[in-house]
Structure formats: structure tokens, C-alpha cells
Design a protein around this ligand. Sequence first.
Ligand code: SF4
Length: 121
Amino acid sequence: MSGIWRCVDAYEWVELPNTLGMVMHADGGYLGSKPYAASGKYIQRMSDYCGACRYKVSSAEEDNSCPFNSLYWHFIQRHRGRFGKHPRMGMVYKAWERMAPARRRAILQRAEALLDDIENL
Ligand code: SF4
């Protein structure tokens, strides 16, 4: 079997559960109980995308900060009721709570501004 047919064959048992189910959390946590959400810092660590980007990946609250950073924390905060007690999310919520309240507010404000103007990112 050639490589292309293996990929096509894998669509239903790999692409649907992993790409659509786990990554998009579209299965409601059936396979991947932890949401596969990532900050810009994680994207930077796992790729070479950020080098030439106009956004500042090291920042989450400045006007030119990477959108993925503030939107990640916005997602975490927005879904605290659902994921706050999840054993695999404890470190994430601890990191969020360790931030100074003023910084958390600034991050959420940056995320709200991005969401209000999402078409122009
Ligand atoms: S928006 Fe830019 S800085 Fe942020 S993760 Fe993407 S490439 Fe990196």
C-alpha cells in the first residue's frame, strides 16, 4: 500500500478523532479530556512561525502582543467552570492565578479587544 493510500485510509480513524475531535475539542472531551488549546509561546516552541511575525510572542497584554497568548488565557478563564477542577489543567490554572490581578485584567482586556475586532487581525 503506498503512502497516500495509508493517509486516505487513516482519515476516519485518525483525522476525525484527532484533528476534529481532540484538537477542536469537538468530541466534548471523549478522547482528549484536556482541551488542545495553545498559547503563542507554545506555538513558538513547536514551530518556526514567529520569527517574522508582526506580533510580539513574548507579550500577552500589549497592543502588539501575540493574539494567541491573550486569547488562550481568555479561553482558560472563560471555561474555568468546566476545566478548573480537571486534574490535567491544574498547572494551567495555578499559573493563571499566580499572575498579578492587574496583569490578568490587562490580558483579558487585550483578548476582548481582539475578539471585538477579530475580522481585522
Ligand atoms: S500570531 Fe505570530 S507571534 Fe503569535 S503564534 Fe502566530 S506567528 Fe507566533
